[in-house]
Design a protein around this ligand. Sequence first.
Ligand SMILES: C[S@@+](CC[C@H](N)C(=O)[O-])C[C@H]1O[C@@H](n2cnc3c(N)ncnc32)[C@H](O)[C@@H]1O
Length: 210
Amino acid sequence: MSKLERNWQYAEQYPGETEALVRARRLSLELGIEPVSRSIGAQLSGLAVLTRAQAVCEVGTGVGVSGLSLLRHAPEATLTSIEIEPEHLREARTMFAEGGIPASRLRAIEGDARHVMPRLNLASYDLVLLDADPAQLLEHFEYALGIVRQGGCIVVPGAFAHGRVPDPAARDAETQAVRDLLTLVSESPAIAPMLSPAGDGLLTLVRLDG
Ligand SMILES: C[S@@+](CC[C@H](N)C(=O)[O-])C[C@H]1O[C@@H](n2cnc3c(N)ncnc32)[C@H](O)[C@@H]1O
């Protein structure tokens, strides 16, 4: 194992998780839903604190690993979580309830993010997580840009598309969609982008303009 791989592995194993997170992660893997990695979960928890999050939106609930992470250290925050698969959302509701998240802090919306996001209030979210279908990432990003407040963040796990983004030979549509987003935000004067090698890559975008 190279030094970089050892560093990465150490960072992934370092964060502690609550029992609820351990349970949700296990269920997620059993159901074949890829949850955010432990280090990304820890970064989501920290970002919710740093942005003083009160309103958080996530696209791609899964069974709740990212959502539980987002709410972990932000007791004031409520989560609007969008999921297209009813079965995933049903399991997630159970995981949130078992994790002690009261129903008042969770607005779980079943539906396609492309239909739900345009109905959300503009410039009113402190933090928006995009973790659904990579092929729809650019579309989700455009909506996210509309609903995040100035100084708030849009967070995109999977920014390396399973390691394919840095590989010039990888030219599939999903990889290309992530590359297109990386290029778009790096050229935008309205966004401060940060790309971390945590998990499968975590892209954090701070909205700068009014
Ligand atoms: C990678 S999993 C999310 C994992 C979750 N964020 C976690 O860390 O536990 C992606 C989820 O997005 C959902 N999804 C895919 N396309 C969607 C869409 N257009 N709108 C809403 N949800 C979608 C899938 O059903 C799946 O549950």
